[in-house]
Design a protein around this ligand. Structure first.
Ligand SMILES: *Cc1c(COP(=O)(O)O)cnc(C)c1O
Length: 394
């Protein structure tokens, strides 16, 4: 037997002995605020054959996907799909619009606002913050005051829906206040695009960012950013001051213009994009308004049930986002114990609080398959059982 044959035979024996086991992927109902349970038809597209990320066949799928995304963003701006987590695309937008030494106003009312501040500072950008307690929205007056107080600010960076608390800030008004000062905005709309109205062109948003794995109901791995004409003027004027390559929007634009057979700087994960294509097709067939309404209906059903059981919500209705319901635990119904019960006894995953809200709240997502009566009812029935069990223990 040759040495190659020996190696191959040993490998076959190892496989037979299942020395390496398949990873155990448990089936839960995902009611966390992302990633979400995606439609079966979307998941199936992940198992289609690998294909080259260039050439005519591929570009037809790719170009259609970008076109669908523009419809969901309600924009005619340039739009890029940047493989990676949402944070990569956020970094690309922030560090392309602003360069080292410049100053940004970052609006912070939770974990993801803090993350934007960290990203900006890691890129050498100075930050000034409007910071409010977690669970509260950022108000336009606060932004106006901060801009008045510091004429060196070059852009405003904001989270639309702060997913760590369920707060929706009044984005349209904040954008108006920012534009009145002649400044651009970068919007982290990672947990809103495709789930609630956000007309990018109507509100003239310079850079708007989202990901595949929240309201776009696709497995994780892709970020997207729309870039307006005005944003390009600013970005291009600083091209020679910007270092870095992969997360540099100038680089993405030059490939989109010059490499028509391969309009991006590196290999893209074709399977995830094929899945996204399917998911966007379903979204556009259903219609944006109908999709938004379905998310609202799911959140209303869950909120009515929780209210009936006497739970309190973290966020007043006026600022709460219909994509995630955030409610408080009670001394006799601890939030983390409830989350554990839902997971272990009902196979339902919800999220707890982070930072100052750790152990105090439960966050329930209504995106993906969770935006259905069956998930919502299963969740409420399980919570009722928990309440009953705990009161029997007293
Ligand atoms: C999920 C989320 C992110 C983080 O996205 P990653 O893909 O983990 O980088 C950022 N901002 C908001 C508002 C989010 O909901």
């Amino acid at each position: 037997m040759s040495s190659q044959e020996r190696v191959i035979r040993a490998a076959r024996q190892r496989r037979q002995q299942t020395l390496f086991r398949r990873p155990v992927v448990k089936r839960y109902k995902l009611m966390i605020p992302g990633p979400v349970d995606v439609p079966d038809e979307v998941l199936e597209m992940m198992a289609t054959p690998c294909m080259p990320h260039y050439g005519k066949d591929w570009l037809q799928i790719y170009d259609e996907t970008v076109d669908y995304l523009k419809r969901v963003f309600r924009t005619k701006n340039d739009l890029f799909i940047i493989p990676g987590p949402g944070s990569a695309t956020l970094e690309a937008a922030v560090s392309s619009l602003l360069v080292e030494g410049e100053k940004a106003l970052v609006l912070v009312n939770g974990f993801f606002g803090q993350r934007l501040d960290v990203i900006a500072r890691a890129c050498g950008i100075q930050t000034r913050l409007v910071e409010v307690p977690w669970g509260e929205p950022i108000l336009p007056e606060q932004v106006q005051q901060a801009l008045d107080a510091d004429p060196e600010i070059k852009a405003v960076v904001i989270v639309h829906h702060e997913t760590s608390t369920g707060v929706l800030s009044p984005l349209e008004e904040i954008v108006k206040v920012t534009h009145a000062r002649g400044l651009p905005v970068v919007v982290d709309a990672i947990s809103t695009i495709g789930g609630i109205p956000l007309p990018v062109d109507e509100w003239e948003i310079e850079c708007c960012i989202t990901v595949a794995n929240k309201c776009l109901e696709t497995p994780p791995g892709l970020g997207m950013v729309s870039v307006s004409g005005r944003a390009w003027q600013i970005i291009a004027s600083k091209a020679d001051k910007r270092c870095g390559w992969y997360l540099n929007l100038n680089v993405w634009r030059s490939y989109a213009r010059e490499w028509d057979w391969h309009p991006y700087p590196a290999t893209v994960p074709t399977n995830i994009i094929v899945a996204l294509h399917k998911s966007l097709e379903q979204l556009l067939e259903e219609g944006l308004e109908a999709r938004y309404a379905r998310y609202v209906a799911a959140s209303q059903m869950v909120r009515a049930g929780l209210r009936e059981m006497g739970f309190e919500f973290l966020v007043p209705d006026a600022y709460s986002c219909p994509l995630v319901t955030v409610f408080k635990g009670k001394p006799d119904l601890p939030a983390d114990e409830l989350a554990q019960f839902l997971r272990e006894e009902h196979g339902i995953l919800v999220a707890g609080g982070i930072g100052p809200l750790q152990g105090k709240i439960v966050r329930v997502g209504h995106m993906g398959k969770a935006a259905s009566e069956s998930y919502s009812q299963a969740f409420l029935a399980a919570v009722r059982e928990f309440v009953k069990r705990k009161s029997a223990q007293r």
